[in-house]
Design a protein around this ligand. Structure first.
Ligand SMILES: *Cc1c(COP(=O)(O)O)cnc(C)c1O
Length: 502
């Protein structure tokens, strides 16, 4: 498989696409020939999540050496990596609705599903390309990617990882998860700014020859663990295929019958994976994009104008506090039938004027199967409480946003079965969950979690409990102006780490 940029004819092999993360022209890599409708006839019953993942990934990463992919899938989704044997289990609150739980991995967010396999894909790519440099992973996070990437790459040979998160704009437990990260090849820095600034910086670094050369002199090449990287994005397709197969096996839908998906969205990676699953043949009817008060995506899907000239809000669903949806570029590419000139033009307008508008024909095409909506913080708490009181099910605030938006657009969805993607474990956001359920507020997030446990009977996952005793290793914050130097210092420091020179 070859990969092409969304903006030009730049073409690279799979290994390079994985290693580089971002195309040299600033565009995102997409498969040169997308494997369309390949899953249509593929429905042997009884396959495991691992089987499904292997099948899906073999279309995209077939040129990684021999048994590598199989091994990667086994290690990533094998024993004890997820706290549920199905990897992604389901809960059905009512006959026509299913909740797909994507949060059973090590860091309790859906990012674990792709990040548990990404390091193996990256190592395979490195072997294939015969490059001798180490890999320096730069990652911007709105809260969950950072921890999932740190866990995935800690103490991995030949890789060092630096994570930037918006200081004070993630949940206290998300921050603690990152600050207490172990591993000798990791560093976490709080950025005095927001996620968009962190992501923009990471993208700039990838296309800036100056800093690349300096880091290269330390023996590193850059890569990214954000969903701009195909190694992050494409493994996410597997859980949509899995979800479809499970709906059929459980008798929720007939084979080939379409279902809708509701996805709480920020950087547009998760819902894009649903869109790609549909291209591969999974019968998804409508895509519902759910946002919080930073509803730039809702407005885009309703009007065709993407306009990030607006206030940024810190909300109670912080992993979606994003105004520049990094993966939208790939969607625009497919929506326009691969019109690279149009994609480049929209991206230039976005950079220069902070907005762009789709032609009417494309808006109409998009609106045939895309719906959108958003909730503010109060509504998010309301729907979280509603779901608990109605079904006895505790969801996290991001999932509550998806549920509330589902209720708002329900009439437009018709009779088809609908799946709500549950992206995080509720205990990652104990203050919001506690407030929504009208529990007494506690000062400490752990005390709050225990309070929720006492009231709902749902146990606090061990991964969170362990954080209490871990020291906070990383408390540093930097300003946007200091980011470049932070990267260079990290490269030098890690290069001189004693165990690297043994
Ligand atoms: C990352 C994240 C999202 C947003 O997903 P995107 O792929 O960026 O659209 C939603 N919910 C949670 C809990 C997340 O961690």
């Amino acid at each position: 498989m070859q990969y092409k940029s969304t903006r030009s004819q730049e073409t690279v092999r799979t290994a390079e696409a994985l290693l580089r993360g971002l195309a040299a022209d600033g565009g995102l890599y997409v498969p040169e020939v997308f494997p369309e409708n390949v899953l249509q006839d593929w429905d042997e019953p009884g396959l495991s999540y691992q089987d499904v993942a292997l099948h899906v990934l073999s279309y995209f990463f077939s040129d990684l050496t021999g048994p590598v992919l199989q091994e990667a899938v086994q290690k990533a989704y094998g024993e004890n990596r997820f706290d549920h044997a199905d990897i992604v289990p389901f809960y059905s609150p009512e006959a026509k609705v299913t909740i797909s739980e994507l949060f059973h991995g090590a860091t309790l967010a859906f990012k674990d599903l792709a990040l548990s396999i990404f390091p193996y894909l990256l190592s395979a790519a490195k072997q294939t390309s015969a490059s001798t440099e180490d890999i320096l992973i730069l990652t911007a996070t709105s809260g969950d990617t950072g921890k999932a990437a740190l866990e995935a790459f800690k103490d991995v040979e030949g890789v060092d990882i630096l994570v930037f998160y918006p200081a004070g704009k993630v949940s206290p437990l998300q921050e603690l998860q990152m600050q207490t990260q172990t591993g000798k090849n990791v560093k976490v820095v709080g950025l005095v700014g927001n996620f968009d600034q962190a992501q923009t910086f990471v993208k700039e670094v990838f296309t800036d020859p100056g800093i690349r050369e300096k880091v290269n002199r330390q023996g590193y090449i850059f890569s990214s663990a954000n969903s701009i990287n195909i190694g992050r994005l494409l493994p996410q397709i597997a859980y949509y295929v899995w979800t479809y197969r499970q709906l059929v096996e459980r008798g929720c839908i007939e084979r080939g019958e379409s279902f809708n998906v509701v996805v709480p969205s920020g950087n547009f990676g998760n819902i894009l994976a649903a869109f790609l699953a549909q291209k591969m043949g999974i019968p998804i009817g409508k895509f519902v994009c759910a946002s919080n008060r930073n509803h730039v995506l809702t407005d885009f899907l309703m009007t065709g104008t993407y306009d990030r000239n607006r206030a940024f809000y810190t909300t109670n669903s912080p992993s979606m506090d994003i105004l520049t949806a990094g993966n939208l570029e790939r969607f625009l590419y497919y929506l326009s039938d691969g019109d690279r000139q149009a994609v480049s033009r929209w991206q230039t307008q976005l950079t220069e004027q902070n907005k762009f508008t789709l032609p009417n024909a494309l808006l109409e095409k998009m609106q045939r199967n895309w719906l959108a909506g958003y909730l503010d913080d109060k509504e998010t708490e309301y729907w979280l409480r509603y779901v608990y009181h109605t079904y006895g099910y505790v969801c996290d605030p991001h999932t509550a946003v998806a549920y509330g938006v589902y209720e708002k657009v329900r009439r437009q969805l018709g009779e088809a079965h609908t799946v709500i993607m549950a992206t995080a474990h509720p205990y990652k956001f104990p203050f919001t969950v506690g407030r929504a359920l009208h529990l007494d507020e506690q000062e400490d997030p752990f005390a709050m979690a225990l309070q929720i446990q006492a009231n709902t009977g749902i146990s606090v996952p061990p991964a969170l409990g362990e954080l209490v005793t871990r020291p906070r290793r990383f408390k540093e914050t930097v300003t946007p102006a200091e980011l470049t130097q932070t990267v260079l210092d990290f490269a030098v420091m890690q290069r001189n780490r004693s165990d690297k020179n043994e």
